[in-house]
Design a protein around this ligand. Structure first.
Ligand SMILES: [Zn+2]
Length: 877
């Protein structure tokens, strides 16, 4: 560990900065091992800070300090104090010019924070606290400054980029060149970016609604130049959408995107110069799957939308991260929903939330969307802050309606433009614009955990009155034992016995938003002729669990009649969970497993329902993943979950073999590739049919997979066939496909990552020995986060069966990797460790083995504070 125990930072200790930086003038002389950074900072005392002469505190990590001068006078070491992570300088003047020269080593920077090299290209990642690895600076988001950046580099790095607009360029006598960039908008240091390399670019333009022309550029290595079209299209759609839906126009003359291979996150919204993980920007039909196309559209949108929700209005401190992330994830989700299938987008987002965010809420790192404390802020870039944060914003949208929400967001942007603000400021803007009181709603920002709604109902035939009683509760977490009731918008509809929606008010509305605010509350509906069937939490109107005792028949009825598409799917999930529970029970008791004929019939009807969107059919046929089933369990029995799910899938595949063949043949349409919603849905259902057919391991089915593998016209179909061969083919089929695929695509980084992931995620091929062999393959690189996510992440997060082997070898392996990675890249190490931190939810032996692996990490010597925080919280009682 760095210290005996790393320091904890608390929200309640926030103080305004003592000093402000009006302008930041940077010059970089790039050298792989010794880059010189010269900074000139115009600093003044903050009039809002407390009286007195506080020391000027600058953050700085891994920097070689060369010189400091104030107003042109060099300081001697006696004039300042070097701290373990920065500098402290006493300055008597109220304003002054601070000049610092320091050196950094981008080549040896494997943490991928600050300035580093990726395949010979310089790039930066400064959020959250990476700028302090570049130079000494008050590295906090409430210090906003106007940046000017000059980059000096050898001529073999012809592209030199930074934030804002280019204002100067030229050659230096020693044969180097320089470019100067000026960003007219004040910004925090975390939005700073620099890129230098031998890059190509594709160009386009966008004319804003007020008629300004903006230059758009996407930069990448020459070999990838043909893979930028989809990202460019997505960018233009996003710019248009933000004008239409939020009235937000882009503000600079140029918007640049750069693709890099080594990147800790998906992408970063640096002002005017977005830096992307190449996996989140590069795509062509031959090399990218449908889901990659969709992910790119949504991430390009997300980063672009940050220009307003994040950059123009930014966060006061990192506890407010959800202010920009929750809001922006909500914005990108609506963008994707408007461009594609709204119901499918909702199903995908809710599946992620329920499977992974609910697990986070129930695990050792549970925290509210606005955390109260952290040791390492990088650990709080979580599904809770992002996805649940987006659900909280969505609930405000539901409560205020689209027009009210727009009024609120307009006021928020107008009132806080150019400022660093808090989640509270966002809510106040929503309240002020709509004259509503969201006092109780604010608890979503301060209370952690997933609320549960227990719903019971009753129908009085003599009066025609139907009543709901709803009780809300929220499981305690160590820091929060007693929680107060949340304000929950619960969208409901009622179905009559023909499956039609019943009018719920005089205006004839067929669904209502019930506002739950009490721990127990009753709602009444009058004038009904029969007991209705409730459709609860339509479109997943709140991030909660709803418990209502539906019978098998009622779920089957909702599955085929609910007018809310999301709830039709949700009924199928409830049904599947019920079936899995029964199968798990039978397995544990050593009984013969059996799937009920009613259930098989229901799946048959869904599969053959041509009226239903194929995307929805696909989502229903998939069955909940092992991780989803685990999340639903009180105590996880991994072996029983694997057995139950495998049995259910096998039973369906055997019972529906003719129907699966029929639908496969019907959907196997030859056509030019397009990533539109209809084609994606059809490909998805076709490939799920293929997978089910291959589960039978019949030669016919595997031949079909082989044919598709050989003749596919796009990566979606080819990858699906590869997956089928890897998971269900015999060694000969599988090995051959694995080799052929690699030989054909080994030059392509994104396809290679997919190839690695498919093997690592396979229950059959991804055994621990195979995983270890994959890590020796030339395609693997421990210093590259995408490869780590593909192989180690794929194994620990998506290979449920092999990871949970009874001998505990999967956990030991992950512990080894965490220990190795922590020396290279603490951010990635602390992500990789997560699956073994949830040991308390497992039954007996597995829990002990997981805990033992975790203890080994804990006792392995010096840990980064990233890993220390996660591991120590999970070992606490
Ligand atoms: Zn973001």
């Amino acid at each position: 560990m760095q210290d005996a125990q790393p320091k904890t930072t608390y929200l309640k200790d926030y103080r305004v900065p003592d000093y402000l930086v009006d302008s930041t003038d940077l010059c970089f002389e790039l050298e792989p091992k010794a880059t010189l950074v010269k900074s000139r900072l115009k600093i003044r005392r903050n009039p809002e800070a407390e009286e007195g002469i506080p020391p000027l505190l600058l953050d700085g990590i891994d920097l070689e300090l060369l010189s400091i001068a104030i107003d042109g006078t060099m300081l001697s070491p006696a004039d300042y104090q070097e701290l373990p992570q920065g500098l402290s300088i006493i300055v008597e003047k109220p304003d002054f010019l601070l000049e610092i020269h320091n050196r950094i080593n981008p080549e040896d920077n494997t943490s991928l924070e600050g300035l580093y090299l990726s395949n010979g290209m310089y790039c930066t990642q400064c959020e959250a606290e990476g700028f302090r690895k570049i130079t000494f600076y008050p590295d906090r988001p409430d210090v906003m400054s106007k940046f000017t950046t000059t980059i000096v580099a050898p001529i073999d790095h012809p592209v030199l980029l930074s934030n804002g607009n280019e204002v100067d360029r030229g050659y230096i006598e020693d044969g180097r060149q320089f470019v100067t960039w000026e960003d007219p908008f004040a910004k925090p240091a975390y939005l700073f970016a620099l890129v230098a390399g031998d890059l190509q670019h594709v160009d386009d333009t966008f004319t804003t609604s007020s008629g300004r022309e903006v230059k758009l550029q996407i930069f990448t290595e020459a070999k990838n130049i043909g893979k930028c079209d989809h990202a460019m299209r997505s960018l233009k759609s996003a710019m248009h959408w933000d004008e239409e839906v939020y009235g937000r126009e882009y503000d600079l003359d140029i918007f640049m995107v750069v693709a890099v291979d080594h990147f800790n996150m998906g992408a970063m919204e640096n002002k005017g110069l977005n830096i992307f993980n190449s996996a989140c920007v590069l795509a062509s039909p031959e090399t990218a799957t449908d889901s990659a196309f969709q992910r790119i559209e949504s991430i390009v949108g997300h980063e672009y939308f940050h220009n307003w929700s994040g950059n123009r209005v930014t966060c006061r401190d990192w506890f407010q991260l959800s202010l920009k992330e929750g809001f922006t994830v909500f914005r990108d989700a609506e963008f994707s929903a408007d461009l594609n299938s709204r119901a499918v987008k909702r199903i995908e987002d809710v599946t992620l939330l329920r499977t992974n965010q609910f697990a986070e809420d129930a695990g050792p790192m549970a925290h509210p969307i606005r955390p109260d404390s952290y040791m390492e802020i990088s650990n709080f870039y979580t599904l809770t802050v992002y996805e649940k944060g987006a659900e909280v914003v969505r609930m405000i949208h539901t409560l205020l309606g689209a027009d009210g929400f727009r009024k609120g967001s307009d006021l928020y942007f107008e009132r806080h433009d150019g400022c660093a603000v808090t989640c509270e400021d966002f809510i106040v803007a929503m309240e002020d614009a709509n004259q509503v009181d969201l006092t109780q709603f604010r608890r979503w920002y301060s209370q952690a955990g997933t609320p549960v709604l227990d719903v019971t109902d009753q129908f009085d035939e003599s009066t025609g009155v139907y009543r709901f009683v709803i009780r809300q509760s929220c499981p305690p977490i160590p820091e929060q034992k007693d929680k107060l009731p949340f304000h929950i918008p619960l969208t409901v509809g009622l179905l009559d016995s023909t499956g039609s929606d019943i009018a719920l008010d005089k205006a004839g509305s067929t669904q209502l938003v019930l506002e739950i605010t009490e721990s127990e509350q009753m709602f009444e509906f009058n004038g009904l002729n029969e007991k209705p069937l409730p459709s609860l939490l339509r479109s997943f109107s709140a991030p909660v669990k709803v418990r209502y005792d539906y019978s098998l028949e009622q779920l089957l009825f909702l599955m085929s009649h609910d007018s809310d598409t999301f709830n039709r799917w949700d009924a199928s999930q409830r049904l599947a969970f019920k079936a899995m529970n029964l199968l798990q029970g039978a397995y544990q008791e050593g009984l013969t497993l059996k799937l009920s004929p009613e259930l098989i019939l229901a799946y048959r009807n869904i599969l053959l329902d041509k009226e239903l969107d194929p995307a929805l059919v696909a989502e229903i046929m998939l069955l909940p993943s092992e991780h989803s089933i685990a999340e639903e369990s009180v105590s996880i029995d991994a072996e029983a979950i694997v057995a139950a799910r495998a049995f259910a899938r096998k039973s369906l595949s055997c019972a529906l073999i003719d129907e699966l063949k029929e639908r496969y043949a019907e959907l196997d349409i030859e056509r030019p590739y397009s990533p539109n919603a209809k084609d994606i849905a059809e490909r998805r259902l076709k490939n799920i049919c293929l997978e089910y057919l291959c589960i039978t391991e019949s030669a016919d089915a595997l031949d079909l997979a082989q044919r598709q593998f050989d003749s596919a016209g796009n990566m979606t179909d080819r990858a699906a066939a590869l997956s089928a061969l890897i998971n269900y083919g015999n060694d000969q089929y599988a090995e051959q496909a694995i080799h052929q695929f690699y030989d054909r695509w080994k030059e392509d980084t994104q396809v290679t990552e997919l190839w690695l992931a498919q093997q690592a995620c396979s229950a059959k091929r991804g055994t621990l020995n195979n995983i270890k062999a994959l890590m020796q393959h030339p395609a693997f690189e421990l210093k590259n986060p995408n490869k780590v996510r593909a192989v180690i992440g794929g194994f620990a997060n998506r290979n449920f069966q092999q990871f949970h082997k009874n001998d505990g070898s999967g956990f030991e392996f992950v512990a080894d990797q965490v220990i190795a990675l922590d020396k290279l890249n603490p951010q990635i190490a602390s992500r990789v460790v997560i699956p073994i931190t949830r040991w308390k939810k497992y039954q007996g032996d597995l829990a002990d083995k997981m805990k033992a692996a975790l203890l080994r990490v804990s006792n392995s010597g010096e840990l980064s504070k990233d890993v220390y925080e996660v591991v120590s919280k999970s070992l606490m009682n």
